[in-house]
Write a protein that binds this ligand. Structure first.
Ligand code: PRX
Length: 659
C-alpha cells in the first residue's frame, strides 16, 4: 500500500459520518428534506405519491382502509395490472426500444430484451399458460434459477391475474413440495438445469423428486431448456418443453387482466420460528406502488439508468428490486445468472464496466467476500459509471461499508443501507441518498411515512444508545396482507406482541433487535427469534433442527447461528447421539449434513456439527441457545452458574475451538 493509500485508509477508518456527494444530490430524485414532515402531516394521503407512479385502469376511492385492522387494505376500489405497468405503458410512451432486461449468463453469453421484446415474450407465455388451463387466481409455482424466463413467467402470471409463488432454485426437492402443497399449486414452471462455476447442474431430477411429494394432482409442468445437450432428460406426460409450447403461441396478444388493488400478486414463502415456512401474501396495488416509490426515492432509479441488483429473484429482493420496482419505472434492469467469482473474482466489476451500470445493489456478505479477495480485482475495471450503491439483507459492518464506499464507489457514490423484509415488500429504514448524512453500520432513519421505532419489551421507546426491538407503528402500502390461508398465524407472528387489540392499536413486530441514536438513526442488531441470517438468506433454525433429529441415531439437536467473517452468520448444529450411537459420530455427521441438504438445500449446510452427550439447559429445562451461539462465535462465555449442567459447556467449547 502506498503512503497516500495508507493515509486515506486511516482517514476513512476514523470518519463516522459521510455527506452525500454534491454531484449526486444535484441530480437526485428526492432532495427536499421537507418530505419527512410532509409525509407525516399528510399521512396516509402521502401515499398517493406512490400510487401516482402507476397507471390505474380504475382510480382508487380510498388510500387506506383500516376498518378491519390489522387486515389493512390500500388503494381500495382501484384496479390495475402489474405487467401492464411494467411493460405496455412504457411501450405506449414510445420507449419500446429501450432495454428492459440485460441478462448476463454465467458462461459469458448475453440476452438483451427491449421493452417491446419483453412484452412479446410475456404475452406469448401468458397465452401458453392460459392454454394449459391456468385461470385467474390459480397459484403458479416457479422453481427457476436466474434465467430470463423467470421474470418473463412472473410477468406472464401477473398479466393473467395468476399469483406466482417463486421457489428459490437452490432449495431442495422437499422445500418445493412443501410450498406447492401449502399453496395448492397445480402448475409448475421449472428448468432442466443451470450452470454454476461452469458445471451443468441438474435441476429437473430435483424437481421430479419434489413433485413426488406433492399431495394433489399437478396438471402441467413447463420445463425451460437451459442446458441443451449438456443434460439428457426425459419429460413425463404432463411435462412440456418451454420453447415448443411458446412457439405455438408466438405473436399472441393477451390483454392484461384488470386486478383489484388488493388482489394477490404473489406469494413468497419465508422462514419463521416454527418448522413450517410462511406464505407471505403481497397484493397488486400497494406492493407495486411501494416498490416503484422506493426504487425511485431510495435507489434513485430513472428510466434511462442501467441498474443492477445482484440478488437472486428467488428471494424478495429480486422480486421487488430486479423485477417489479425497476421495471415499473421503465429502467434497464441487469440480471446475472452466476456466481461473483466465475470465471474470476472480478466478474461483477466486468459486468458493471461493460454495461456502464449506474446503480448497484448487493448484500454485505458479497462485500465482505470482495474485501477478502482484495482490491486488485476492482482496480483494473472502470467503475466510474456508478452513481449510487446499496446494500440489503443483513447488517453491514462499518469496515465493509467503507471498503464498498472507497473501492467500488470511489468516494463519489452514496450508499443506502436498506433494512426491510419479505413481509414489508419494500424498504423501510434507510437514508434517502439525496438528503441524509450516512453513518456506516447504521441503516438510517425510517423512510418518510414509515413510523418505525425502537422499543423495550413493554413497547416504550428506548433512549438513544440502548438496545431494544424494532416496531412499525403504522401500516404502509407494501406490507404483507396476511399469511396464505392462515390469518391466525399472521396475527400471532406479527401483531400480538405489541398491539393493544382492545384499543384497536396495531403495532407490527418484525422480530429484529436494534439501537437508535440521538439523530433517530436505527442500527439493526439482528433477529431476535429463531431465525438466522446466512449470507443475507433467512433460515429457520427449527427447520434445520427437525431435519437433523429426523436422522436415525440422533436423539436431540439444537441449531444456532455463529458469527462468520464472510457469511455474517453460519449454521452450527449441536447434536446428542442416541444410546448405542455414540461411536458412530462420523456416520451421523454425514447423514445429518445430507438431511439438511435434502430438506432445505445447500444454503443451510452446517458449518460444523458438534456431538455432545448433553445440551446446556436452564433449570427449567430450556436449551441455552445464547450460550451455544457464543460458543459457535468464539465469544467469551458469561456466567453459566444458572445452568442445570454447567459442566457440559467446557466440553462443547473445547470441541469447537479444537477444530
Ligand atoms: O434481520 C433483518 C435482515 O433480514 C431480515 C429479513 O430477511 P428477508 O425477509 O429474507 O429479507 C431480506 C431482504 C430484504 C430482517 O428481519 N435485514 C434485512 N436488511 C437488513 C437486515 N439487517 C440489517 N440491515 C439491513 N439493511
Amino acid at each position: 500500500m502506498s503512503q497516500e493509500d495508507a493515509n486515506l485508509e486511516a482517514r476513512l477508518e476514523e470518519q463516522e459520518a459521510f455527506e452525500p456527494p454534491e454531484s449526486f444530490v444535484e441530480q437526485a430524485n428526492v432532495t427536499d428534506p421537507g418530505i419527512y414532515e410532509e409525509f407525516e402531516e399528510n399521512w396516509p394521503a402521502c401515499w398517493e405519491r406512490a400510487a401516482d407512479l402507476l397507471s390505474w385502469d380504475e382510480e382508487y376511492d380510498t388510500v387506506l382502509e383500516d376498518g378491519d385492522a390489522p387486515f389493512y387494505e390500500w388503494f381500495t376500489g382501484g384496479e390495475l395490472n402489474a405487467s401492464y405497468n411494467c411493460l405496455d405503458r412504457h411501450v405506449e410512451e414510445g420507449r419500446g426500444d429501450s432495454v428492459a432486461l440485460e441478462w448476463e449468463g454465467e458462461l459469458g453469453e448475453t440476452r438483451t430484451y427491449t421493452y417491446d421484446e419483453l412484452l412479446d415474450e410475456v404475452e406469448d407465455f401468458a397465452a401458453t399458460l392460459r392454454d394449459l388451463g391456468v385461470e385467474e387466481d390459480d397459484v403458479v409455482t416457479l422453481y427457476m434459477p436466474m434465467v430470463p424466463e423467470l421474470p418473463i413467467a412472473m410477468l406472464a402470471c401477473a398479466r393473467i391475474g395468476a399469483p406466482h409463488s417463486v421457489v428459490f432454485a437452490g432449495f431442495s426437492a422437499d422445500a418445493l413440495a412443501t410450498r406447492m402443497n401449502s399453496a395448492d399449486s397445480e402448475y409448475l414452471v421449472t428448468c432442466d438445469g443451470y450452470y454454476r462455476r461452469g458445471d451443468a447442474l441438474d435441476h429437473i431430477s430435483k424437481t421430479n423428486e419434489g413433485l413426488e411429494g406433492v399431495e394433489h394432482e399437478v396438471s402441467d409442468v413447463v420445463v425451460v431448456d437451459r442446458l441443451g445437450d449438456d443434460l439428457d432428460h426425459e419429460l413425463a406426460d404432463n411435462q412440456h418443453d418451454y420453447d415448443e409450447l411458446v412457439a405455438d403461441h408466438e405473436g399472441s396478444t393477451v390483454e392484461p387482466v384488470s386486478r383489484d388493488a388488493e388482489d394477490m400478486l404473489f406469494l413468497m414463502y419465508t422462514s419463521g420460528t416454527t418448522g413450517q415456512p410462511k406464505g407471505v401474501k403481497h397484493t397488486t396495488g400497494g406492493y407495486l406502488a411501494y416498490t416503484a416509490w422506493t426504487s425511485r426515492a431510495v435507489l434513485d432509479i430513472e428510466a434511462d439508468d442501467t441498474y443492477w441488483c445482484s440478488a437472486d429473484i428467488g428471494w424478495i429482493t429480486g422480486h421487488s428490486y430486479i423485477v417489479y420496482g425497476p421495471l415499473a419505472l421503465g429502467t434497464t434492469s441487469v440480471m446475472y445468472e452466476g456466481t461473483p467469482d466465475y470465471p474470476d473474482k472480478d466478474r461483477l466489476w466486468e459486468i458493471v464496466e461493460k454495461n456502464e451500470v449506474d446503480i448497484f445493489y448487493t448484500a454485505p456478505t458479497a462485500i465482505r467476500a470482495f474485501m477478502k479477495w482484495g482490491s486488485e480485482y476492482t482496480e483494473n475495471h472502470d467503475l466510474s459509471s456508478l452513481r449510487l450503491l446499496g446494500t440489503v439483507g443483513e447488517p453491514i459492518n462499518p469496515r465493509a461499508w467503507k471498503w464498498y464506499y472507497k473501492h467500488i464507489g470511489d468516494e463519489e457514490c452514496p450508499i443506502v443501507d436498506t433494512w426491510w423484509q419479505t413481509e414489508t415488500g419494500g424498504m423501510m429504514i434507510t437514508t434517502l441518498p439525496g438528503i441524509n448524512t450516512m453513518k456506516p453500520g447504521s441503516a438510517g432513519p425510517p423512510l418518510p411515512g414509515v413510523d418505525a421505532r425502537v422499543v423495550d419489551a413493554q413497547g416504550e421507546e428506548v433512549d438513544a444508545g440502548k438496545a431494544g426491538y424494532v416496531t412499525v407503528n403504522n401500516p404502509w402500502p407494501g406490507m404483507l396482507r396476511t399469511l396464505y390461508n392462515n390469518d391466525e398465524r399472521f396475527i400471532s407472528e406479527y401483531w400480538q406482541e405489541y398491539s393493544d387489540e382492545d384499543a384497536d392499536e396495531w403495532v407490527y413486530f418484525p422480530e429484529d433487535g436494534a439501537k437508535i441514536d440521538e439523530d433517530g438513526y436505527i442500527t439493526i442488531l439482528g433477529r431476535v427469534d429463531d431465525v438466522i441470517n446466512v449470507s443475507g438468506h433467512r433460515l429457520g433454525t427449527m427447520e434445520i433442527e427437525s431435519a437433523v433429529v429426523g436422522v436415525e441415531g440422533i436423539a436431540e439437536a439444537a441449531v444456532v447461528g455463529g458469527d462468520h467473517e464472510v457469511k455474517g452468520e453460519a449454521v452450527y448444529v449441536y447434536a446428542i447421539p442416541e444410546d448405542g450411537y455414540e461411536d458412530r459420530e462420523d456416520e451421523l455427521e454425514e447423514e445429518a449434513m445430507e438431511a439438511v441438504l435434502d430438506s432445505i438445500g445447500p444454503i443451510a449446510k452446517p458449518e460444523e456439527i458438534i456431538f455432545t452427550p448433553e445440551l446446556p439447559k436452564t433449570r427449567s429445562g430450556k436449551i441455552m441457545r445464547r450460550l451455544l451461539e457464543d460458543i459457535a462465535s468464539g465469544n467469551e462465555l458469561g456466567n453459566t452458574s444458572t445452568l442445570r449442567n454447567p459442566e457440559v459447556v467446557d466440553d462443547i467449547a473445547d470441541q469447537v475451538t479444537s477444530d
